[in-house]
Design a protein around this ligand. Structure first.
Ligand code: PGA
Length: 251
């Protein structure tokens, strides 16, 4: 199997003021500065990006944003563009998180536009997909994922040189303490890799990193990371504390 460098990404959501974000990043940096074999990313709120960027500098921790708008600039009150995120120090951007789909009208169509905007700016998109509890109960998991991938990645020409990351986040496992079972996670990740192979070919399918997200904690991360098609984690709650996040990074 191809070697894929694991990626452990922290989504800080709407937590932490600027000072708190700086303090957390400083502590985290102390705890993980010797990590070499795993990529690390933290995504604070927009107002903390430049502050945290100064703390992590050129260290082994990369900076990510939690959202992006697809225009470069213009009269779009409240939005942030790719070039602005890059100038704040970002290398990654989370796109299509289920909270954005649920509360802020994000659709597969807007996800698609945002992925184009991110790659154009040189940002690595972390594209989130996943089914709700009701969809899983109605056995619609795979058809939901089909649509999210088909529409979300529509028109993109990706090859193994183009960095894009997928994150499978079953909505029912986010912030609930309910982690999907290893069998459920592996089944979906295998399915997603197969979809990528059909759509973009074997090379990208082998190299693309597929993260799992949804109540990842220090005590369940190693079991998840041992699965063949899991290449990392997108962590919410447990990424807010440097101690617990560093344990996850050192899975
Ligand atoms: P959680 O969030 O780890 O708190 O479940 C994951 C996410 O929303 O990315």
């Amino acid at each position: 199997m191809e070697e894929r460098t694991p990626l452990i990404a922290g989504n800080w959501k709407m937590y932490k003021t600027g000072n708190e974000a700086v303090e957390t990043a400083e502590k985290l940096l102390e705890l993980v500065s010797d990590v070499e074999t795993t990529d690390i990313m933290i995504a604070p709120t927009f107002t903390s990006l430049a502050l945290v960027s100064k703390v992590i500098g050129n260290s082994n921790i990369a900076l990510g944003a939690q959202n992006i708008y697809w225009e470069k600039e213009g009269a779009f009150t409240g939005e942030i563009s790719g070039p602005m995120l890059v100038s704040a120090g970002c290398q990654y951007v989370i796109i299509g998180h289920s909270e954005r789909r649920q509360y802020f009208g994000e659709t597969n169509n807007t996800v698609n536009k945002k992925i184009f905007a991110a790659t154009k700016s040189g940002l690595i998109p972390i594209v989130c997909v996943g089914e709700t509890a009701a969809e899983r109960n109605e056995e619609k998991t795979f058809s939901v994922l089909d649509k999210q991938i088909e529409k979300g990645l529509e028109g993109l020409t990706l090859d193994e040189h183009q960095s894009i990351v997928l994150a499978y986040e079953p909505v029912w496992a986010i912030g609930t303490g309910k982690t999907a079972t290893p069998d459920q996670v592996q089944e979906v990740h295998f399915y997603l890799r197969d979809l990528i192979e059909k759509r973009f070919g074997n090379m990208l399918a082998k190299t693309i990193r597929i993260l799992y997200g949804g109540s990842v904690k220090p005590d369940n991360v190693s079991e998840l990371m041992a699965l063949p098609d899991i290449d990392g984690a997108l962590v919410g709650g447990a990424s807010l504390q440097p101690d617990s996040f560093s344990k996850i990074i050192n899975f």
